[in-house]
Structures are given as C-alpha cells and as structure tokens.
Design a protein around this ligand. Structure first.
Ligand code: HEM
Length: 507
C-alpha cells in the first residue's frame, strides 16, 4: 500500500509509462533481448513496433531507450539538468574504476573533474598537444612500414602514446611497464562482463561474498584489476611529480619552470599543467586516469573501423589518396594545416564516426527526478540509453546505411554539409569531453596512413581475395573482430616519406 501511495504521489495523473514489449515477472524483458552483447539491434526491432521512446525493464531496473535523434536531443540535450546522472555499476567500483569521471554520479565531484578536464581538452587547449600527436603519428607510419603485420598493435600503441600527452612520459618501444599496466586495466574494464558480474550488478549485496565462495570468481577478477588501477593512478603521477620537483629545485620557481619547459627540461603535459594550477592530488590522478579509461578503446576502435572501410570500399581509398597527393604535392606527409583543404578526407572522418560502432549504446545516463514527456511518465532513477547505432543507421537520414559513403557529407556545391556526425560522442552535459583530442588524433592517423600505404584484402592460397565482413566484438565498445588484410607502401616514394618520418617522429 505504501509503495502504491508513493507511486501515486510521484505520478499523480496516473500517466502511462512509455510503450514497450510485455514484461515477465522479476526478469522483465531479459529474455526478449535476442543478443545481450548486441542489445541495440533488438531495440531497433522493438522501436518499429513501439516507437522511438521505448520502455524496458530488466530485473526491476527501469530502462528507457531513445531510438531517434529527435527524442535523444529533446531529453538528453534540452532537459539535461534531469538526464545527466549515471547509474552506478557495482562491478566497476569493485574493480577500482569508480573514480572515472565518465561514471561519476552527477554532482559536485563530477562537476569539478569535468571542469578540470574541459580546461585541459577544450578546442583551444588541445592545440598545445598537436606537435605530440604529429610526432606520434609519424612514429606510427614508420612502425607500420617496419612491421605491417602488427597493424592492430601499432594502432593501440598510437593511442597508448597518450602517456606522453598526459604525463610527458615517453614509452619504451616494447614492453613498457606503464603502458602494459594501462592496457591491461583498460581491457579488464571493457571485458568486465565476466561470469558473476551480472549477478553483482543486479544484486549489489553479492559484492560482500568472500573471494573463495563458489560463484564469486568475479571478486578475484575485480581485485586483480583494482591492484592494476591503483598502480595506473599512482606510478605515472609520481613520475611527473619527480620531474617537476627536479625542475622546481633546479630552477627555483614557477616562472623559471616555464623557461625550463621551453628548454625541454620539463615536458609539457596535462598533469604538469594541473600540478602548476595546484589542483588536488586526487583530482589530478582521477582526471589523468580517466583519459585512459575513456580514450584507449574508443579511438583505436574508430581507427580499426577506418582501416576496414578502406579495404571494403577501395574506390573511397583511391579518391582520398588523390586528394592527399593534390594537397601535399606528393612531396611530404600531411599535417594539421592541411585539414581545411581536404574536404573528402573530412567527409571520410565523419563517415567513419557514423559507420563504426565505437559505443553503439553510448554511456548510460540516469534521471534525477521523474519527468513527463509526450504524455508518458518517466520515473526517477530510470537508466536512459541513446541508441547511437539506431541514430547513425537511420535509413531516412543515411540511405543504405551499411554502405561507407563519405559523399553523404558533401553537398551539390562540393562543400561539406552541416552534418558533423557528432552523435557518436553522445549527448547533453555528459557528452564526450575528449572529442577535440579524439578527432584530431583519428584524423591525422587516417590521413597519414592513406598518404603512405595501400590497404587491401589479403589473398588466399589460390591467390584470390579473402572477403572482409564488417563484424564487431559484442559489448559496450564495438571493436572490429580481427581479420586478414594487406598493407603495403603505395610506392618507393611514399616508403621514403615514411622512412624520413622516423627522424621526424624522434624529434
Ligand atoms: C572516437 C573516439 C571517441 C568516441 C566515439 C567517444 C564517445 C564517447 C561517448 C559516446 C561518451 C558518452 C557521452 C554521453 O554520456 O552521452 C563519451 C564520454 C566521455 N569521453 Fe569519449 N569518446 C572518444 C574519445 C575520447 C577521448 C580521446 C577521451 C579523452 C581524452 C574521451 C573522454 C571521455 C570522457 C571523460 C567521457 C565522460 C564524460 C562525462 O561523463 O561527463 N573520449 N565519449
């Protein structure tokens, strides 16, 4: 009776919940979802019957799925004050990743972290990192030239190079300690749906089970990850501190530190900048650690999807290379100053964002208070997913959506259209704060690869092309499933450009 009165108070007009498929007791719609690793596809099917605003329940958790750009913008953008919380996932906290800004509840701590991160990664601030990004991409091109078969690893290393940007730390080319810690901890987060994790997420009380208890294997996994995360937060931070102390002692004072930077004594990094601004230690460690949690798999997933698109759609690759050659005069590698002149490359970048599946369901938001939308009642604490896959594969806006077609973004006048394909970065106040950094590093990597190499299908023993089917690993982050392909220099001239890039990369 008490719960009925409570419900009535929250929803005095007795409005209906948004439409959705019928639910079973306790499990709700769990068994209706055909493939939990690719839930977005089921939601697209259901939305054809029930509409863009879809209500689902799983183990009593209320879920709202926003299947169109219009509803996502109306709720997550326009009503963002009520749609910016995050559901707390017990397994993630158990693994030590709870500090990550992207998962923090909406409140003063998130606000503080977001502000610090915005200062470091806004449109203007990211310009400071361009020389590092260019330097790293030159190393990438050289690495590919030396060991083309290790392309996936090179793309990952390229992203791990953020260690330089965040901490001013130069990785060892192989078996780097920090890089391996970061990589393992981030992988464990992405793969955190180990058996038992779903149980503890649905019933948080299970987190108190001892590690030895049958069925509590998830705790062992979580504790192992927690140790890595502690190292990930502490070790690189201590490294920067030592460098800063050295500079402060040897050059006495802040002004001189700046001179030190100019002389290359203290590498400029996000963390050194935050230390100079006297941010609190915990904030610095959390913000720096967040860059990894949020950045590693996302950017490398977009780059892997780009490689796959170039192989499946070779005419796009040829057109892009013709544009690059026209702008660079075939005598140098492209750089950031070329971006505005390369309309087709820009269209490719946008199409990569649309066509890839970096985060098909985004990162879940949660309502702070109940709400009414189009006559439907949306309860407090409802978890809200923007179905980014559905939005970026909307046939009305993007005809033949599975086709990789950069021309979608070029108008009849030959200029870029106003569609920036930004929905892959999410919505509202929780929209991706690393967007500017991500877009610069993805763009420069794509254009540099195409300037030097041809990407094509691998051949089988009979010399025939091995077809590539765009398939992604299932999960919250969509990474292409590994497949064979070939990457070779376009000509001796471009191979020379890549060779020369090594000396640029070691600048
Ligand atoms: C292609 C690359 C990337 C894609 C597609 C991407 C996508 C996203 C998406 C969909 C969200 C959730 C937005 C929402 O809640 O509506 C997000 C959040 C976030 N992203 Fe990215 N991201 C990328 C790269 C990066 C990079 C490089 C960084 C850091 C340098 C970063 C940092 C973050 C952070 C910190 C959040 C959490 C924001 C918050 O909760 O307030 N992302 N990203």
């Amino acid at each position: 009776l008490k719960s009925l009165i409570g419900k009535r108070r929250e929803n005095p007009a007795g409005l209906p919940l948004p439409p959705g498929p019928p639910r079973l007791p306790i499990v709700g719609n769990l068994f209706g979802v055909k493939d939990l690793g690719r839930q977005w596809l089921t939601y697209v099917d259901w939305s054809k019957k029930y509409g863009d605003l879809l209500y689902v329940e799983i183990f009593g958790q209320k879920l709202l799925i926003l299947n169109s750009e219009k509803v996502a913008e109306e709720l997550l953008d326009k009503r963002s004050q009520n749609y910016s919380d995050r559901p707390q996932v017990p397994m993630v906290t158990l693994m030590g990743w709870g500090f990550t800004m992207g998962l923090l509840p909406y409140g003063p701590i998130w606000r503080k972290h977001r502000k610090v991160m915005h200062q470091a990664l806004n449109l203007q601030a990211v310009l400071n990192y361009r020389h590092i990004q260019l330097n790293k991409v030159r190393q990438l091109v050289w690495n590919i030239l030396q060991a083309p078969d290790e392309m996936e690893a090179h793309l990952k290393t390229q992203v791990l190079c953020r260690l330089t940007l965040v901490y001013g730390y130069e990785m060892e080319p192989r078996n780097d300690l920090f890089a391996s810690i970061v990589d393992r901890a981030a992988c464990m987060l992405t793969n955190s749906f180990v058996p038992g994790a779903a149980l503890v997420n649905a019933f948080p009380v299970f987190q108190y089970l001892p590690e030895w208890c049958p069925g509590a294997g998830f705790k062992k996994y979580a504790n192992e990850c927690k140790k890595l995360v502690r190292k990930l937060r502490d070790l690189p931070y201590e490294y920067v501190q030592k460098q800063m102390v050295f500079v402060h002692f040897s050059l006495l004072g802040r002004e001189l530190t700046r001179i030190g930077k100019a002389e290359g004594i203290a590498p400029h990094s996000m963390v050194s900048e935050m230390l100079e601004h006297k941010e609190e230690e915990d904030v610095i460690k959390s913000v720096a650690g967040t860059v990894y949690a949020a950045a590693i798999e996302t950017s490398s997933s977009a780059l892997s999807a780009f490689v796959m698109a170039m192989i499946i759609f070779p005419s796009v690759q040829e057109k892009a290379q013709a544009e690059i050659d026209r702008i660079t005069g075939e005598s140098r590698l492209p750089d950031f100053s070329d971006r505005e002149s390369m309309v087709y490359m820009e269209a490719i970048y946008r199409e990569v964002l649309r066509w890839s599946q970096v985060t098909p369901l985004g990162v879940p938001h949660m309502t702070t208070n109940s709400d009414i939308y189009n006559g439907y009642f949306i309860p407090k604490d409802t978890v809200v997913f923007a179905n980014i896959w559905s939005i970026t594969h909307n046939e009305e806006k993007y005809p033949d959506p599975m086709r990789f077609m950069p021309e979608r973004y070029i108008g009849a006048d030959g200029q870029l259209t106003g569609d920036l394909a930004e929905h892959q970065f999410g919505f509202g106040r929780r929209k991706c704060v690393g967007k500017y950094l991500a877009e610069a590093s993805v763009w420069i990597a794509m254009v540099s690869i195409l300037a030097v190499f041809n990407l094509s299908k691998a051949k089988n023993e009979q010399g025939r092309d091995i077809d590539v089917i765009p398939e992604y690993k299932s999960g919250i982050l969509g990474h292409p499933i590994p497949y064979s392909f070939s990457i070779t220099p376009r000509s001796p001239r471009t191979a020379r450009l890549a060779q020369d890039a090594e000396s640029d990369g070691n600048m």
